[in-house]
Design a protein around this ligand. Structure first.
Ligand SMILES: CC(C)(COP(=O)(O)OP(=O)(O)OC[C@H]1O[C@@H](n2cnc3c(N)ncnc32)[C@H](O)[C@@H]1OP(=O)(O)O)[C@@H](O)C(=O)NCCC(=O)NCCS
Length: 150
């Protein structure tokens, strides 16, 4: 059975283990101890600096998603932005990601959002297949721009 919920602090260690596995998947360095501590402090701050969600499969934490609120001036409505979505390799192809995206979509609707959106790496075809399967569409005319800060 799949359950999707906001993560309580007790899920912190399972969450950090999944973040490390995602970094490995994306060929990026995992968060060091200090960054890991910040991730937990920011998730469980009052108010939280981002929203942490976990999915359990038969009671075990197997996936996480991070979201935060943005705003579309064009729509004149808030947006829900998805930062990460990761399902443990042992729990894949059992509908967990589909359940997470459905729960977050419902959350966005409940908050009066006009958009639920996220980015995906161009080589990540598995994720793109998932996103198309849930009705999302790519926006190829947009580029992500960034200033890296110390
Ligand atoms: C992509 C990912 C989130 C999918 O999670 P999942 O729980 O296995 O996905 P689901 O079981 O809910 O799959 C739903 C649908 O998505 C598509 N899909 C998911 N994984 C797929 C894969 N590896 N290959 C092809 N299609 C896939 C299928 O249409 C699938 O439906 P089906 O199983 O009925 O055919 C998971 O593989 C993952 O965590 N990958 C590594 C991290 C990542 O890429 N995150 C997204 C970053 S933007």
């Amino acid at each position: 059975m799949i359950d999707v919920r906001r993560a309580p602090p007790a899920d912190g260690p399972a969450y950090l283990a999944l973040v490390t596995a995602l970094a490995d998947f994306e060929h990026l360095p995992p968060p060091d101890a200090e960054a890991g501590a910040r991730l937990l402090a920011d998730a469980f701050a009052d108010p939280p600096r981002y929203e942490l969600w976990v999915a359990t499969l038969d009671g075990a934490v197997v996936a996480y998603a991070a979201t935060f609120a943005t705003y579309s001036t064009f729509r004149g409505k808030p947006s829900l932005s998805l930062e990460d979505l990761f399902v443990h390799p042992d729990a894949r192809r059992r509908g967990v990601a589909r359940a997470v995206l459905a729960r977050l979509r419902a959350e966005a609707v409940a908050r009066g959002c006009g958009r639920f959106e996220w980015m995906v790496l161009d080589w990540n075809e598995d994720a793109q297949t998932l996103y198309r399967a849930v009705g999302a569409r790519p926006l190829p005319q947009w580029q992500l721009w960034r200033v890296d800060l110390p």
